[in-house]
Design a protein around this ligand. Structure first.
Ligand code: ZN
Ligand code: MN
Length: 476
């Protein structure tokens, strides 16, 4: 029996607003002592009332637009009731039938093949606290309780673990580009739930799925789906598939999934409209204003870079992953040669910055000056090697204008024919054996003479001029 794999993803991403979703607690608890970043609202004390965080909701709406979702003019919050020790109120404030947005999509690319993945909805909800199990006991930290989350639900449109990872990676890039979430997975800012089911090829109905909860790296997302596909394949092959939906957990160490519970359905949560919050109304004008805040997205930027600059796909990809450097590159490329600028900026300059533990914010080097340096190389004022090593080092040190540095440090390329000719003559006189070889037909031996002239000129002679002069002196 030939089976096909059907995967859908739910992504929870913490928003990077300054405060939590419904209270004024700091939204950044990193490094804070447990349970010190809380208040009566996020601890759900009786009588405490939630106040929606406008910035967080705006960030979610901008992210939704970037994911090609339609914003709903009328949305509302609902209580999702369940008991869990990390949820002090006994319910999560989420969105049920009127989320802020729906009907989005993304296009992923796998081995050059493009595929569209539908996005059912993006909604806003608050995060729960954090449980830490330590063998005998369980520790509770409510610092995270009330952190604003976006939940992004995909359609079951992915058909391999690799497609699921490609989709998740693209969502991460887009959320980062919109500035709505830092998506730092080491800090649990982005988590995945993957729904996996199989069905015989040719059938159109969906069979019960297993939902793998709380995967917090691309690596475990891939491994968990691969494992789940294998497990279900074996079931199908032995004549029985999943009979009802399951919620499973991924054990990273053992590399297996384990049944947590039969999957709950919407009815189990007894959703009802949150009585303490008014509906969320977004006008057409506000939607247009939000649309203006959607920045150029990584996949669009890559296309534009490949169209506007003479770059390889890998170079464009590199710039997309380093947005600040990409802006810097554009400024250099527009004021010099775009091709030379790419190797200067992406390779030489970038590695120098890293080596010096600097960033584009701390370095004194300005894009305009790097462009000028490239123009000086092209004009023959300074050699390519001297520009990339010595001149650039001085620029990184002082931030001075490259022209000033070349003048001050006497780094200019010598194009004065008579000066170079004199050096050539000295080198010829000192190397009768090599000269005889060259004149005897071993033209390759010329390289040794060029090298000596360059050395004698301390690297400042223009190598093309040296070559021409030696040829003239020896071969004609
Ligand atoms: Zn609070
Ligand atoms: Mn959720």
């Amino acid at each position: 029996m030939e089976l096909e794999t059907i995967i859908g993803l739910e992504i929870h991403a913490q928003m990077n607003s300054k405060t939590k979703l419904f209270c004024s607690c700091d939204n950044d608890s990193f490094g804070k002592e447990a349970n010190t970043n809380t208040c009566p609202i996020c601890m759900a004390f009786p009588g405490a009332l939630p106040v929606p965080n406008k910035t967080a909701i705006e960030k979610a709406l901008i992210a939704a637009l970037a994911l090609n979702c339609t914003l709903k003019p009328h949305a509302k919050f609902d209580r999702k009731n369940y008991f869990y020790p990390d949820l002090p109120s006994g319910y999560q404030i989420s969105q049920f039938d009127e989320p802020v947005s729906e009907h989005g999509h993304l296009e992923i690319e796998i081995d050059g093949r493009k595929k569209r993945v539908g996005i059912t909805r993006l909604h806003v909800e608050n995060d729960a606290g954090k449980l830490t199990h330590t063998g005998e006991s369980t520790l509770l930290d409510f610092n995270r309780a009330g952190t604003p989350l976006m939940e992004i639900v995909s359609e079951p449109d992915m058909s391999s673990p690799e497609e699921a990872v490609a989709y998740a990676e693209l969502v991460q890039k887009i959320l980062r580009a919109t500035g709505s979430s830092d998506c730092d997975m080491e800090k649990g800012m982005m988590r995945f739930d993957a729904s996996v089911s199989l069905r015989p090829i040719g059938e159109t109905k969906l069979y019960p799925r297993a939902e793998i909860k709380n995967l917090n790296s691309f690596r475990s997302l891939l491994a968990a789906i691969e494992y789940e596909v294998r497990r279900q394949k074996k079931m199908w092959e032995s004549g029985e598939h999943l009979q009802r939906e399951q919620t499973v957990g991924w054990d990273d160490e053992r590399g297996t999934t384990e049944l947590l519970r039969d999957k709950e359905s919407a009815a189990d949560y007894r959703y009802f409209p949150e009585p303490d919050l008014p509906p969320l109304i977004v006008t057409e004008t506000e939607i247009e204003e939000l649309r203006k805040k959607v920045p150029e997205l990584p996949h669009h930027k890559k296309e534009r870079f490949l169209r506007d600059y003479p770059l390889q796909a890998a170079e464009a990809e590199f710039f997309v992953n380093e947005p600040a450097l990409a802006n810097f590159y554009e400024e250099v490329a527009q004021n010099s040669d775009a091709k030379i600028a790419s190797s200067f900026v992406a390779t030489i300059f970038w590695s120098q910055l890293k080596e010096r533990n600097e960033t584009l914010e701390t370095t004194p080097v300005k894009a305009a000056d790097l462009a000028k340096l490239i123009r000086l190389v092209q004009a023959g004022t300074v050699s390519n090697n001297t520009a990339k090593s010595t001149v650039l080092s001085f620029m990184l040190e002082t931030g001075d204008d490259p022209e000033v540095i070349i003048e001050r440090e006497n780094l200019g390329q010598v194009s004065d024919m008579s000066a170079i000719e004199n050096i050539c003559k000295e080198v010829i006189a000192a190397n009768p054996k090599i000269v005889a070889d060259v004149q005897g037909g071993q033209v390759k031996a010329m390289g040794a003479l060029v090298g000596q002239v360059m050395k004698a000129s301390q690297g400042k002679a223009n190598p093309q001029i040296v070559n021409g002069l030696l040829e003239k002196l020896l071969l004609k």
